[in-house]
Design a protein around this ligand. Structure first.
Ligand SMILES: [Zn+2]
Length: 126
């Protein structure tokens, strides 16, 4: 299942949810249980790819071995996602993967890069 990033308008947090493509239920904020979530185009998520590619990514085995508490594991997974979609994810993506591979805390990377993304391409409604 792909990761989707949302901005919760209730508690103003940025939250990441793992959702299936066919899940049409209203997402709930894991922090405050609010329903007023606005979907972000995430540097982590791959949401604009062709359907056939998305189906291969939706295969649970593509997430096998992902340890979200291990930055290097996330970096490997992000590279794999990027390679499978064949999309140029942009310099921010590369920087993020590099920093994850260096063992940096994903939260810190997010907070140091987050403002850039919100001013630019990283934050618009689909
Ligand atoms: Zn919330």
């Amino acid at each position: 299942m792909p990761l989707y990033e949302y901005r919760c308008r209730t508690c103003k947090r940025r939250v990441t949810l793992l959702r299936s493509f066919t899940d049409t239920t209203t997402p709930h904020c894991p922090e405050c249980d609010g329903e007023d979530l606005r979907r972000l185009v995430s540097r982590v998520s791959v949401v604009r790819s062709e359907e056939s590619r998305l189906e291969s990514l939706a295969d649970p085995s593509s997430l096998a071995g992902l340890d979200e508490s291990d930055p290097r594991s996330i970096a490997r997974w992000m590279r794999k996602m990027s390679q499978e979609t064949g999309e140029d994810m942009g310099p921010e993506f590369d920087e993020m993967v590099d920093r994850l591979e260096a063992g940096e805390d994903p939260e810190e990377i997010e907070s140091s890069m987050g403002d850039l993304g919100e001013e630019g391409l990283g934050d618009y409604d689909l």
